[in-house]
Design a protein around this ligand. Structure first.
Ligand SMILES: NC(=O)c1ccc[n+]([C@@H]2O[C@H](COP(=O)([O-])OP(=O)(O)OC[C@H]3O[C@@H](n4cnc5c(N)ncnc54)[C@H](OP(=O)(O)O)[C@@H]3O)[C@@H](O)[C@H]2O)c1
Length: 160
């Protein structure tokens, strides 16, 4: 189901307690990490769940956005829609760049087995939250690079 010749890269910001979301939003504001997300995903095709799209509220510039929803009547200006991850990845085939998986929780979990890389910002906070990054098999992934900042580490993981 992976698009031929494309890398599938999961991009997420994860708190020390695994939280990625609370009440439909991200429970921290780190502008430098938004810039990192932009640099990492510009020119690539974003695949995200409908709730994540709703929380952003508009297509991010410079990137094609594919929104996953099971609601056949759902649409939004400037985005493509797919009814499953497999169909979203098939749609991404032929579009620009690689595939950036942008959440939320179930989309990350479903994409993990087909992902080639994870770019994770480990945010050094323990906020209350209702949405968590999935467990990852430490034997399946190896750290390729780490950038350390006072409030966060950015880690690039590739498959072993
Ligand atoms: N920290 C981070 O890096 C990060 C990244 C992304 C999101 N978030 C946060 O995570 C939360 C949102 O995540 P979430 O897990 O609640 O929701 P989500 O994955 O963004 O969206 C869930 C919805 O997406 C659709 N969907 C998901 N998987 C699908 C599939 N395989 N096939 C078809 N449709 C599928 C369904 O939409 P329908 O109900 O329309 O059918 C489902 O209800 C927010 O708080 C957001 O701010 C954080």
């Amino acid at each position: 189901m992976t698009p031929a010749g494309k890398r599938v890269v999961m991009v997420a910001a994860v708190a020390d307690n695994g939280v990625i979301g609370a009440d439909g939003d991200i429970p921290w504001r780190i502008p430098e990490d938004f810039q990192h997300f932009k640099r990492t995903t510009l020119g690539h095709t974003l695949v995200m769940g409908r709730a994540t799209y709703d929380s952003i509220g508009l297509p991010l510039p410079g990137r094609v956005t594919i929104v996953l929803t099971r609601d056949p009547s759902w649409s939004a200006d400037g985005v493509l829609v797919a009814p499953s991850l497999a169909e979203g990845l098939a749609l991404a085939d032929g579009l620009e760049g690689d595939v950036a998986i942008a959440g939320g929780a179930l989309v990350y979990a479903e994409a993990m087995p087909v992902a080639d890389e994870q770019v994770l910002t480990h945010v050094h906070l323990t906020p209350d939250g209702d949405t968590f990054y999935p467990e990852l098999d430490p034997h399946a992934w190896v750290e390729q690079r780490r950038d350390t900042f006072p409030d966060r580490d950015v880690v690039w993981l590739v498959r072993t």
